[in-house]
Write a protein that binds this ligand. Structure first.
Ligand code: FAD
Length: 458
């Protein structure tokens, strides 16, 4: 009987444990992707990019003589239907670690357990399962450094070779048409501009990793904080769709740099695992302040606040903030240093709830990752684990002098040739105010006063 592989965020052939295990049985394999309600809830840019990834992966499967079957509906209903149509007796998938994904998968597993359908889930998306890295007393970590120490001494599973073949089932189930899903519907006119910046598909991710290790990594430690220098890997995008696995990056890096030369890079890669470790053990981080008391802080919370809209559209009048927000809208990415600065301006100078930032990023980032995004926002806002202290308020001007001293990054994104103006909706204003909507000293003083008052009252 055929095996069903339920594909999720793992659009790759190499190091895909569920797919490899299915191929190894020699039985026919039905590969299905389900457009379920969780998928429909994804942000605009992410969903659009997901569609491109699916299209690309479908072509990879065809090269192997197999097919990607696309279906919409609840996961349980779709899987039941396909089992009925194909006579499959087994379902494999690579695990998800977000609370909604876990709830869905648990329900599916429980439902099939009583029907003689074998369900097996695999570890494929992280360096290590979130429950395998524990403190000495068996608890989970809340601070990064000890997490890193505990993770980095473990054996990280070696990546698997791609399956040589994936037998096609005799009666191929019908597939919906990806074009009809219209996954770019919410992207409006930004798509063509963002598309120029994508790193799409397994082969491109692999080529980028090779190139990064060959030519960029030696400068990473010293250069990663300078947004104009492009000395980071850019692998967050393919990681977000599983077009490359963290374990491939880990092992290939160590093979090339076995004597600790790449530790800085591996430590950044492990932040992604830490983010998932946190979300897995305390899912509240996705929707509320990880330090619960901060849920009582008087954040500004109006979604139509003109200052929020100015921030989203890159019109705060603060150069580095606006440059970052423009980079985000036009490319679906933003340099890590600049993410911290725009986040600090929103949550400190403007005192807007970090959730607005989290949501905006979810809607515009092509490398959106639920765990890294929630952790990143709360780190900056001061309410997360291992966070920057609440009284740290980045000064965007000082940061600019330090990390964009030649003004290269700001000049590019604030200029007229960046592609930003072609990417934005026609309804947006693109001219920037002459003076910041909230001046840096004033915003800082007000933030500190509010934060101090809150801390004292607590
Ligand atoms: P590199 O420097 O080359 O790092 C390699 C890999 O390590 C990255 O691809 C990523 O997987 C991981 N990594 C590096 N830094 C971090 C970090 N701080 N947290 C978690 N993982 C990290 N990253 C996302 O992937 N998706 C998000 O939605 C996201 N939202 C963020 C929101 C805020 C407010 C902040 C401050 C950071 C956010 N990050 C997010 C983390 C970080 O900015 C990006 O991972 C990084 O910029 C990706 O670029 P790169 O692949 O070139 O990174």
């Amino acid at each position: 009987a055929p095996i069903l592989v339920w594909l999720r965020r793992d659009l790759r052939l190499r190091d895909n444990p569920a797919l490899s295990a299915a191929a190894a049985t020699g039985r026919p394999v039905v590969v299905v992707f389900i457009r379920d309600p969780l998928f429909d809830a994804l942000g605009a840019a992410h969903k659009w990019r997901f569609g491109l990834g699916l299209d690309h992966f479908a072509a990879r499967l065809r090269q192997l003589g197999n097919r990607l079957i696309l279906r919409s509906g609840s996961a349980l209903d779709v899987l039941r239907d396909i089992i009925g149509e194909t006579g499959a007796t087994t379902i494999y998938w690579n695990r998800a670690y977000d609370p909604d994904g876990i709830a869905r998968d648990t329900e599916v597993k429980a439902s099939f357990a009583s029907q003689d359908i074998d369900v097996e889930s695999f570890s494929g998306n992280l360096l290590q399962e979130p429950w395998k890295t524990t403190t000495k007393t068996g608890g989970h970590f809340k601070v990064y450094s000890p997490f890193w120490r505990a993770l980095s001494v473990q054996a990280i599973a070696a990546p698997l070779a791609p399956p040589a073949q994936l037998r096609l089932v005799g009666n191929v189930p019908r597939s919906e048409d990806l074009a009809q899903w219209d996954l770019g519907a919410e992207m409006r006119r930004g798509a063509a501009v963002v598309a120029q910046h994508l790193l799409l598909g397994e082969e491109a991710a692999q080529a980028r990793l090779d190139q990064f290790l060959d030519t960029v990594l030696p400068e990473y430690g010293e250069g990663r904080d300078f947004p104009a220098r492009a000395l980071t890997s850019n692998l967050s995008e393919p990681l977000a769709y599983g077009e490359i696995s963290a374990r491939q990056i880990w092992h290939q890096t160590l093979l090339r740099y076995p004597h600790g030369e790449a530790e800085k890079f591996l430590k950044e890669l492990a932040w992604r695992d830490f983010a998932w470790h946190l979300t897995f053990h305390d899912p509240h981080i996705q929707t509320g302040c990880w330090r619960r008391e901060w849920d009582r802080f008087q954040w500004e919370d109006r979604a139509d606040d003109p200052r929020l809209i100015a921030w989203q559209q890159g019109r705060t009048g603060v150069d580095l903030v606006d440059a970052g927000m423009r980079e985000l809208y036009a490319t679906g990415r933003m340099h890590n240093r600049v993410r911290m600065i725009v986040a600090s301006y929103l949550t400190k100078h403007l005192r807007m709830h970090w959730r607005f930032g989290q949501q905006w990023f979810a809607d515009t980032l092509v490398d959106w990752d639920a765990a890294s995004n929630a952790m990143g926002w709360q780190w900056v806002a001061g309410c997360g684990p291992d966070a920057a202290p609440y009284f740290r308020v980045f000064n965007p001007d000082t940061q600019q002098q330090k990390f964009d001293g030649q003004n290269t990054y700001c000049r590019h994104w604030l200029g007229t040739n960046s592609g930003f103006e072609e990417a934005v909706p026609l309804s947006w204003k693109t001219s920037r105010p002459l003076n910041p909507i909230v001046s840096l000293p004033e915003g800082r003083a007000q933030a500190l006063a509010a934060l101090e008052a809150f801390k004292t009252a607590e």
